[in-house]
Structure formats: C-alpha cells, structure tokens
Design a protein around this ligand. Sequence first.
Ligand code: VG1
Ligand code: CO
Length: 543
Amino acid sequence: MEKITVSSQPIEGQKPGTSGLRKKTKVFMGPHYLENFVQAIWNGIGGAAGKTFVLGGDGRYFNERAAQVILRMAAASGAAKVIVGKNAVLSTPAASHLIRKRATDGGIIMSASHNPGGIDEDFGVKFNMANGGPAPEDVTDRMFEATKTLTSYDILETQDIDLSAVGTTRVAGMDVEVVDPVEDYVALMEELFDFDKIRALFATGFKMKFDAMHAVTGPYAHEIFERRLGAPVGSVLNGVPLPDFGGRHPDPNPIWAKPLVDLVMGADAPDFAAASDGDGDRNMILGRGVYVTPSDSLAVLAANAHLAPGYAGGLAGVARSMPTSRAVDRVAEAMGLDCFETPTGWKFFGNLLDAGRATLCGEESAGTGSDHVREKDGVWAVLLWLNILADTGKSVATLLSDHWMTYGRNYYSRHDYEAVDAARASDMIDALRGKLIDLPGQKFAAGIVESADEFAYDDPVDNSRSERQGIRITFEDGSRIVFRLSGTGTVGATLRVYLEAYENNSDKLHAKAEDALSDIIASADQIAGIKAYTGRTAPDVKT
Ligand code: VG1
Ligand code: CO
C-alpha cells in the first residue's frame, strides 16, 4: 500500500452543470479524467484531510470502479473515514440522509441520474455538502477553477476494497465503513408517514404499481412497499437494478415510462402507480386513468401534506424552480405561506430548507422533496401521496379534479429539443435576450405579452446572485413560456421550452393539455424561431 502522486494536467470542460459533472462514461473512464475531477473536489472544499464523507451511486456502469478510485484518493488525501453504501450503491436521497444523520463533511454521489447508463451512455459525479445538499455554485466554481490548474493528484496503490459486506475496514489510516443502503432511509420514512394507515389501505385491496426502471430504487421499493406496507409481491416492477437500466432511459416521464402510463390508462389499471429515476430522486405519479404533472403533484402535496404525521404541524413555506408551473403558488396564497421561486436545480433550495423558510420544494422535472433531506426524493413523494390517499379515501383522479375546482388548473407541458447544435441553440437564446425589451405589448397567438425578462435569482438567505437562469415571457392572461438550455445533457445542447396556461372556468378543467396549450405552443415558435434556429420541426420529447 503506497501513496503516490501522479502528475497530470488540466482537462478541459470539467465544469459541473445543473447537478454535478456529467459526461459520456468513456470520457470518465479516460486517462486521469475521474481522478482529476476528484482531486478538484478536494481542492474546492479545502482538502479532504481529517474529513468524513459518504460515498455511493446509482449502480450504473462504472459505478464500482469509480468508487474504488475515489476511496483510494480519499485515503491518499488523508480523509478520516468514508461511509459507503454496500456495493457502492446509495440512492441520492439516501446519500443525503446519511450525510446528515452521520454528521459527515459531505459526500460524493456517482450518478448521471435520469440519463441512460452503460459504456456508451452517461456517468456523473456530484459533491454534496455537510447539510446533505448539492454543492452551491460558489463551491462548484472553485472545483472548476481547480480543474484548470491541476498538475497532479494523490492516490493510493492498493488492492480493491471489499464493498460487498457490511462492516468497517481500514485502508492506510482511513476507515471504510460499508453500510446497508436501505436501512436508515426506511427508518426515516417510517418517522414521516403513517405506515399503519397505508398498510390498512393496501389491506383493502388497493392496487399499486411502482416502476423502479431497473434503477437504484428497486431494493428500497421492495422493502418499503411490499415488505413493510404489505403491497402484494409484484407491485414493484423492474425492481432489479441493472448497470444499463435495461437499455432504457431511467427517466420517469410519460415517454420513458410509457408502459406504466399505458397500464393506468388501460382496462386493468391499478389505483395508483409511480416511477422513479436512475438515482431515485425523481418521481412520476399516476392514478387510474390519470397522469399527474409534477407541477400539479407539488401543488396537491402542498395542500395536503399536513395529513402526514411528519408535516402535521403545517409547512413553513414552499418553493419551486422558476419553470415549474405556478399551481403551487395558488395553494401557498390560499394557505398564507411564503412561496419562493428559484433557478432550476435542487442546490438552490438548500439555503431555504436550512433556514427553515421552506418545507416543501419541487421542480417540473419530476422532483419533489422536503426538509427531511437536501435532495429531491422519489420514494418519499410516493409515500406522501399514499399517505394522503389513505387519509382522504379519495382516488387520485378525484383528488386532482377537486384540487382544480378549488384552485383552478395550470395546464402545463415541457418540450425538449435534444442534441441541438450548441452554437445554434445559444444563438437562439442570445437573439431572444436581445428582443426582450421590445416584447411587452406585442401580440401573438397566445395574446398580448405582459412582461419578458431573463430570470436572475437573489438568494434571500446568503444574498448570492445567480444570473441567466432562463428567459420567461408572460402573457396578459397569465399564460407563460420559459426558454432555457439544459445543464445536464452530454451531447450538444438541449433546448427546453416550458409552456403553461391557467384556467379557472370549471367547464374547462378537463381538456387535453396539448389542446389547452396550442396557442402558447404556436407563440413559442413565433417568438423564438425555434424551427429556424434548431432546424427541428418538432420536439424530441414532450412531457
Ligand atoms: C434537469 C431538470 C432539473 C433537475 C436536474 C437534475 O436539469 O430540468 O429540474 O434538477 O435535471 O435532476 P436541466 O439543466 O437538464 O434542465 V436529476 O434527477 O437528473 O439529478
Ligand atoms: Co435523479
């Protein structure tokens, strides 16, 4: 066992995006690529010496190899201890919980989340802080700066460390504690939700299907839904994690989880269905005959969270990412709660959660979570839904239509144009930026533009400012279009167009979203010239 210093040189493009550094797996497997970035993490946080970290990933291809490298580098840099999920697996919310519970100095999560996995697909690495949340921008900026000047990294030369059994081993003065990835997380869920009530619901014959998409939540879902809550065996679908997620995108939306959507729309539909993503932080909610948009889910959860024991005292406030529909704003207003609008990415919720100013947060991209951890949490969202369904005795469809009757409906859709030429995509955004000042007062298919701006966020807790977080155009009737470029893609640019229209006429609450949004969709192209810039006639993915 020998500590060595390997000379290296800066590698371009190691800039963390919306949620860590994501690249093609082969890029990560390339010479010094992972090592350089891990060294930059240590540099960005003021070194690893004497610190304790959590380490785990979503089990995708290269997960365990990468874990071995990170452990050897942590040991070589003098870390005191690393707590690792068995076989280097931890869901993102479970990792966040472990960081908090064990009061560590942070953790490294290996995941490209909803991006596909495999040697020809994607891999990712993300650092979370001692609060359990993704590193904020000033920290990731420091890491990026470190990647630009790096000349060497420290690593231990040693055999692989056995991560297949729970227990502690010592590696060159550093403890490696392997833990069960599920146990602590399940205990936390039992504190927050009324498991007896949900068990009683299943005992009535209530049927649920949970699609783990061959990703990390399989073992969590089997334990919680089937073993602890008594849902029949077989309620969890695709529950065996696979390194390539069975060749699919582990992205819980109506496109990639279409079989589940077909199931709830079909003759033999279960009462409730849900899915989660690669690393277990996203969720999709369905009921018999109904798909709940993530924005609506956040609003319904905000309105009903107090029915679950963990939230019986009410909410301190709510927060949503800017492109998320404003359905939750209406709930907050009715309940007298503060409602924060943050840039895309969970890292922006951290300060609000830490300061006790928000309890519930959500994003349109199928992320919902609360102050129980500092990540969004797929299984948690499913349990909160189950708790609410068990308490109210309502079906998903009734709960949702009652919600719309009370608050009105924010029709919503997101159109993604993937792998667009990066220069053309940024030209389009630049052109749009140049037009903003002239847009108010102009008339398009969706009506007259009331305001147009580029979103910048001033964090009310630490006063940091984040600029250029998406272009938003609001119409006089409250409809809205948001344009932004993705920060998680690995090929070219992904243009996201977020479309929203509000309706409170009780006769018009049950239209198809695509119909209700047709004027907004047409206006988006009129305003931005999507077809002209991207050369695309239609989005690749509509959710
Ligand atoms: C996307 C989503 C964003 C989410 C992020 C990470 O980012 O839009 O809401 O926080 O993915 O989620 P972007 O920059 O591609 O739009 V996950 O589950 O992939 O960690
Ligand atoms: Co994810």
